[in-house]
Design a protein around this ligand. Structure first.
Ligand SMILES: NC(=O)c1ccc[n+]([C@@H]2O[C@H](COP(=O)([O-])OP(=O)(O)OC[C@H]3O[C@@H](n4cnc5c(N)ncnc54)[C@H](O)[C@@H]3O)[C@@H](O)[C@H]2O)c1
Length: 353
């Protein structure tokens, strides 16, 4: 276990941080003996998979979030090192790293767990090809959440999101702690890609856009609703090309990385944006609406990504899909069966004999 100094060990005792935690120096700032309060002063947030390609930049961004007072980094390898590194960035917030056997301590009583743990795609793979490995990882993390942080918001990044979110829901249900308002599939990368691609097509600053992307998070299940962008004017060819690029933008990165993984930096920005907005809403900021994959009845599948009004209890209002053009409706009709199958695959995984 990483210990940077005797003083640090003393700080561990002073803070009462559970054994197994490896608090880095920044933790001294919450060493008054008080637990970090889940109020305007900040939330306790754990990142599971914190040493990975997404986990490290995501943790860096969360380190700088005004809504995070206590950042817990968990991974089966390397999290104490990442925590020590981040602890040298000036912040009042605490940051600590936890190793393989310390998942319960990492998650103890946190307000939010963000999960980018698992293997990423290689060229030629679909997200569904990751199912066999990532399903078990996500299930075991959900079991730990059920036991150590049953009231936490859970933000799932690990693919295939269309299946891993139902896996989390079923696992929490089995433990009797499932709250559908608190389990989110992070589909924000599809939104920021859409903002970027549409912004350049329409000569609008992408930062001013917030494109509604519904459905799921894999290939054709990703359905951007370009017709709902106020003031935009597209040709039919633009719509077909942009829709395809938003659906398969992840493949561009997988191919360009040539076997070294999938989107990490853009995903970290997307994951931090979603987490930050969720925590802002939880702390009382009103009017926050994000597209996210949640349990709902707005479509023909039990989980669906659409715009969701976030608030202190999580997903407070799931908004309807809204008007679709014939092109969008045809895409919806074509993919909804696939999305339903991928959701069912996650449900069946947890309930297998
Ligand atoms: N939702 C999205 O839009 C989106 C976008 C890109 C990638 N992803 C997914 O995110 C996941 C992570 O991608 P990455 O590029 O960071 O991969 P990576 O291999 O770089 O990192 C994954 C990390 O998870 C850790 N890990 C593995 N098993 C674990 C466990 N049981 N508990 C805790 N940590 C564990 C690994 O040690 C590693 O550090 C992949 O499933 C990928 O497909 C999702």
């Amino acid at each position: 276990m990483f210990r940077s100094s005797v003083a640090l060990t003393a700080a561990v005792r002073a803070t009462g941080v559970a054994s197994g935690a490896v608090p880095a120096a920044g933790v001294a700032s919450i060493s008054s003996g008080k637990r970090a309060a889940s109020t305007a002063s900040g939330f306790k947030v754990a990142v599971a998979g914190a040493s990975g390609g997404i986990g490290q930049p995501l943790s860096l961004l969360l380190r700088n979030s005004q809504y995070v007072s206590d950042l817990r980094l968990y991974d089966i390898v390397g999290a104490p090192g990442v925590a020590a590194d981040l602890s040298h960035i000036p912040s009042k917030a605490g940051v600590s790293g936890y190793g393989k056997d310390d998942v319960e301590a990492a998650f103890a009583d946190v307000d939010c767990v963000v999960v980018p743990a698992g293997v990423p795609r290689k060229p030629g793979m679909t997200r569904d090809d990751l199912f066999n490995t990532n399903a078990s990882i996500v299930q075991s993390l959900a079991e730990a959440i059920a036991s150590a942080a049953p009231n936490a918001f859970v933000c799932i990044i690990s693919n295939p999101v269309n299946s891993t979110v139902p896996i989390v829901a079923e696992t929490l249900k089995k433990a009797g702690v499932y709250d559908p308002k608190k389990v989110f599939g992070v589909t924000t990368l599809d939104v920021i890609r859409a903002n970027q691609f549409v912004g350049h097509n329409q000569n609008i600053d992408p930062k001013e856009l917030d494109v509604t992307v519904v459905g799921g998070h894999a290939g054709t299940t990703i359905l951007p609703l370009l017709s709902q962008i106020e003031g935009a004017k597209f040709t039919d060819d633009d719509i077909a090309a942009l829709t395809h690029r938003i659906q398969f933008g992840g493949d561009e990165v997988v191919q360009a990385k040539d076997g070294a993984g999938s989107a990490t930096l853009s995903m970290a920005v997307a994951g931090a944006r979603f987490t930050d907005r969720l925590l802002a809403a939880a702390s009382g900021v009103s009017g926050i609406r994000e597209c996210t994959f949640v349990e709902s009845n707005v479509a023909d599948t039990p989980f669906f990504s659409s715009r969701v009004q976030l608030g202190p209890s999580g997903a407070e209002v799931v908004e309807p899909i809204g008007p679709m053009t014939a092109f969008e409706q045809a895409n919806y009709d074509e993919m909804i069966g696939t999305l339903g199958d991928q959701i069912q695959k996650g449900v069946d995984f947890v309930n297998r004999a």
